[in-house]
Design a protein around this ligand. Sequence first.
Ligand SMILES: C[S@@+](CC[C@H](N)C(=O)[O-])C[C@H]1O[C@@H](n2cnc3c(N)ncnc32)[C@H](O)[C@@H]1O
Length: 267
Amino acid sequence: MSNWHNESGRPLASDAWLEVHHRAKLPERTAFARQIAQRKPNRVVDLGCGPGLWMDLLADALPPDAELVGIDSDPNTLTKASARARQWRQASAFENIDFDEEAGAIPEADIFLAFNIFPYVSDPAKLLEQLRAKLRPGGCVVVRQYDGALIRLGPMTESDRRIIDTSLMTAVLGSEQFKHYDMDRVFECVQASRYASKTTDFEIFRRVAPFSLEFREYFLKTIEWTHTYISEDAQRRLRRWLDSRSDDTDNTTSSYVVEVDLISWLS
Ligand SMILES: C[S@@+](CC[C@H](N)C(=O)[O-])C[C@H]1O[C@@H](n2cnc3c(N)ncnc32)[C@H](O)[C@@H]1O
């Protein structure tokens, strides 16, 4: 089974995984891209742009004279992003920069997107400060951050949930590659940052069965990913739970998914 590593070895960052995730959340993501476009940025820099999925939505929402720049440490994903950019009306550029080690090379921007990148960053406070110095007047850093503890599938018995969640947390907490439970670290760095204006909120994402095909794919892949990390007992419980939900395509049983993302606007 896949751990959804990208070709540079970063977990939960493969193009395939990012695309499944993107399709499942497309209506919410489209609305958020439009909200960003309302700030009328000239240049948007997407940090950890991956294959350019968010940039694609911004290309739809922004006028042709805007400029889109994607930054990523993975050259293969940048090749995919730049292929996607051939469809855009705006000028675009893609730069292979490791923002953890060479933040000085990040170009200035009216808007920086920092979407689900902090789990891979050793010092988020330092990166936020480096971005502040690169913001054009009136510009803004937009942060989105998921947290593994705020992804809830249900309904599930208390004991199944406790055993599955604890098993996953125990397995993943030791990872030196990324932080799956990073929201509090990000929240603290955002609140302690030196931006003059800081607005933080939480966005709730939810789906109730019957799921669309796009969402079902994400739902099953999330379960598959969890299954690779957890104990045998937790795996057995998760499989039994999924079997009990397997009629969700025709609405004969009912399940739900709720997730919470931190959203911050820093200017
Ligand atoms: C979880 S993906 C998020 C992709 C996209 N921002 C989104 O929300 O869909 C993280 C992305 O950040 C990139 N990345 C991780 N650490 C990085 C670093 N230190 N410098 C540059 N890119 C990095 C990965 O290669 C990957 O494309």
